[in-house]
Design a protein around this ligand. Structure first.
Ligand SMILES: [Mn+2]
Length: 425
């Protein structure tokens, strides 16, 4: 095992929390993610459905969680893949029943072949089927995920049953991070810091962006992360103004800035970090002005991550602060704002995304812009400015734990101009 996993107490407790919110004479059904075909006989590296992981900690494909909530019998089942000797030779071991039980804390572990029979039996008594809606695969065919396909099939077979989504309940649970989850997240953050230090030391003019990507990947893997929590952005010069630039294949020019958005995944939990550095180790005067404008807003914004606030409130405040900075930077005047009639505020031309999103098992984790912050929630803080005509893009991003005193998990990452220049030279 690459990483240290969370104890089964966490998963047992998650199931208990969920069950307490549900009606009796019901069944909860949750199916693992698909294995995604790549090409030929190859598949993409497997990544578990985050909700299934949250409820049982199993990272294996072809797993099904079934919770029976009957008046006289509450019973938890986990169905796992059963492999033969030939498969074992090619692909190695899969979890046995004891291991699956140890990881998840579920007592009844069955082979996947037993699922249909067990389902029929549960359906004799169940009135309500609880399921989780997962987003469709984004493709031109809009294919449903395995979870949706299986639930739809069961819905067809049992049209008389009541089907109820439990997304809101799961979201509520996933939003608040437990101590054990924070250990995983802090490890992901720490590995991300190591990659940041490496690239601060080794980045030089005329390297290719993917050489920096390789430094990040190297530090992630050698420190026990599964890899990147999302496709990293290594964007030099004006490429920084393409928000989801992931080509990372241009030459990094002397005198340009480099915008990086990267984060390790550890034990399925994400870190999410953005930094902006001068490729040659020294900011120009104009770059300093722009960088310090964003840094100033970044430092002020951190205090907004307190209970009672929400993402909409943060976006509104940070938008106003960035607008003041843009006037100081000479991008437009107060008069321009007063005369502006467009649908979007003027500042959105230079800062077109939000400041915060939730972070957890998914880098853009569950929760909405109106979710009221509570202690223990984790969000990004990422003000930015993109001035395409000057080839300047600056984003500074950290991960903040909500509290009366918000905690910046990346407070020891070099962030001021002096710290960055010192680390690079
Ligand atoms: Mn982010």
């Amino acid at each position: 095992m690459r990483y240290k996993s969370i104890s089964n107490k966490f998963f047992i407790n998650n199931r208990k929390m969920l069950i307490n919110k549900l009606k009796h004479n019901s069944v909860v059904l949750l199916f693992s993610s698909d294995e995604y075909h790549r090409n030929g006989d190859q598949f993409f590296p497997y990544r578990q459905n985050s909700d299934l992981y949250h409820l049982c900690g199993i990272n294996q494909e072809q797993s099904i969680l079934m919770l029976n909530l009957f008046d006289n019998a509450k019973e938890e089942f986990l169905f796992i893949k059963h492999i033969d000797n030939l498969q074992r030779i090619w692909h190695g071991e899969k979890l046995n029943k004891e291991q699956a039980s140890e990881i998840s804390g579920v007592k009844r572990i069955e082979w996947i072949e037993e699922f249909e029979t067990a389902l029929l039996k549960s359906m004799e008594k169940a009135k309500t089927i609880y399921y989780i809606e997962s987003p469709n695969l984004i493709s031109f065919d809009n294919l449903p995920t395995s979870n949706t396909r299986r639930i739809n099939a069961i819905r067809n077979d049992f049209p008389e049953k009541e089907f109820v989504s439990i997304n809101d309940f799961i979201t509520e649970q996933r939003l608040i991070k437990s101590e054990e989850e924070l250990v995983q997240i802090k490890t992901a953050v720490d590995i991300t810091k190591k990659a940041y230090h490496k690239l601060l030391q080794e980045t030089e003019p005329n390297m290719l962006e993917y050489e920096v990507e390789a430094m990040i990947t190297y530090e992630f893997i050698r420190n026990g992360a599964e890899g990147h929590a999302y496709s990293p952005i290594v964007a030099s010069g004006k490429n920084a103004c393409i928000l989801h630039y992931t080509e990372n294949d241009k030459i990094m020019k002397d005198g340009d800035l480099l915008l990086l958005d990267f984060g390790a995944e550890y034990g399925n939990y994400a870190a999410d970090c953005s930094r902006t550095i001068p490729i040659n180790g020294k900011f120009t005067d104009r770059q300093r002005e722009c960088y310090n404008a964003v840094l100033d807003v970044f430092n002020r914004a951190k205090s907004l991550y307190v209970p009672g606030n929400n993402i909409d409130i943060i976006n509104e405040k940070v938008g106003q602060w960035m607008q003041e900075k843009m006037i100081e930077l000479g991008l437009f005047t107060q008069e321009d704002i007063d005369n502006h009639t467009g649908e979007n505020a003027l500042y959105k031309k230079y800062f077109m995304h939000g400041t915060a999103h939730f972070i957890g098992l998914d880098v853009h984790d569950v929760g909405s812009k109106q979710t009221t912050f509570k202690e223990g929630m984790l969000l990004s803080c990422e003000p930015a400015i993109y001035i395409e005509e000057e080839g300047i893009g600056v984003r500074i991003e950290t991960d903040i734990l909500v509290g009366e005193e918000p905690i910046d998990l990346m407070s020891d990452f070099p962030v001021s101009i002096d710290e960055i220049e010192a680390a690079m030279n």
